[in-house]
Design a protein around this ligand. Structure first.
Ligand SMILES: Nc1ncnc2c1ncn2[C@@H]1O[C@H](COP(=O)(O)OP(=O)(O)O)[C@@H](O)[C@H]1O
Ligand SMILES: [Mg+2]
Length: 300
């Protein structure tokens, strides 16, 4: 079992047609045919969208994505058209709503990894490969890889796992030329972002991008970019391969859910419970800290 603990009811806004409820975002189309993407404060963990929101999370993800889109613009254009609130939109959408180019999305999650952990580590321990790519012996949880790798995944529906796939499988699905363009762009963007984060004392262990094609056939960087929801950020000061790393994200949520305090069994059919206020506050603080560390800007 998984999915939404409580399925949110999308807001009705005159002039906007609601298209889709994602785990975190609501998608609408405006009268010009553009995509209106509204980031909520929802948080997901263990394939569930939790019943408790993290205040300001939607605005952190939006502001951080915009900051990165700007820095990356010479490598690949972003889907953002405007940050202006559409006429008639609720005032609380301010700061978490983007008008974007509606793209033909590539059905591949473009993951770049510079460090070994998570599903990459699990595969490595079995086969010494990640997404079919051979890696040297002796790597442990948190090790830096000899060079960053492109480890694509197929996107799952809400409540399902994404699945790692080989580069060859991606090339079969979307064509060799597009696959090569995605790999090259993913690694270029990862490399730039990793270096910038590094200067600020943050390790960008891995990250996921989504790309689409615009009406002219140009490749465009879409969705959210280089946020704590789409990336693993580790404080460089405490990085130590050989154990799980601290991270600027929803680690508190995951730790609490799997602790006896939550009373929840991940493997049961039961939906996860509401988060206690201290976990909400600690998680909110982590998201704000990530924003401030990475951008060097105060949140307020
Ligand atoms: N420019 C775009 N054009 C079309 N779809 C987009 C664009 N940018 C992002 N998307 C899609 O919008 C959705 C964002 O909502 P989100 O809550 O992150 O969904 P998910 O549950 O799939 O992660 C994703 O399905 C993403 O693929
Ligand atoms: Mg998403």
């Amino acid at each position: 079992m998984s999915g939404f603990v409580e399925k949110p009811e999308p807001r009705q806004v005159p002039g906007l047609v609601h298209l889709h409820t994602g785990k975190v975002r609501e998608l609408y189309q405006n009268e010009a045919g553009d995509l209106v993407m509204v980031a909520s404060d929802r948080v997901s963990a263990y394939d569930w969208v939790l019943p408790t929101e993290i205040p300001d999370k939607g605005r952190v993800l939006t502001r951080l994505s915009l900051w990165w889109f700007d820095i990356l613009a010479d490598l690949v254009p972003s889907h953002v058209l405007s940050t202006e609130l559409p006429a008639g939109a609720p005032a609380d959408w301010e700061g978490r709503t983007l008008v974007c180019k509606s793209l033909r999305m590539v059905p591949v999650e473009c993951v770049a990894r510079g460090y070994l952990t998570g599903s990459g580590l699990a595969e490595y321990e079995q086969t010494r490969t990640v997404c079919g790519l051979a890696l040297p012996e002796g790597l442990v949880d948190g090790s830096e890889l000899p060079a960053p790798i492109f480890t694509p995944a197929t996107k799952a529906a809400v409540g399902d796992h994404d699945e790692n796939v080989s580069y060859e499988e991606v090339a079969r699905r979307i064509g060799a030329e597009t696959a090569a363009l995605l790999r090259q762009t993913t690694l270029a963007v990862y490399g730039r972002a990793r270096d910038i984060a590094r200067e600020r004392g943050v390790i960008l262990a891995d990250t996921k991008f989504e790309f689409g094609f615009d009406a002219d056939g140009g490749l465009v960087l879409a969705d959210e970019v280089l946020t704590p929801d789409s990336s693993r950020f580790w404080p460089a000061s405490s990085w130590e391969p050989g154990r799980p790393q601290l991270s600027y994200d929803k680690q508190y949520v995951r730790d609490w859910l799997t602790s006896p305090a939550s009373g929840w069994d991940r493997r049961s059919e039961q939906p996860p419970p509401a988060l206690p206020p201290e976990i909400v506050e600690a998680t909110r603080a982590k998201y704000l800290e990530a924003y401030e560390m990475i951008t060097g800007l105060p949140w307020r």
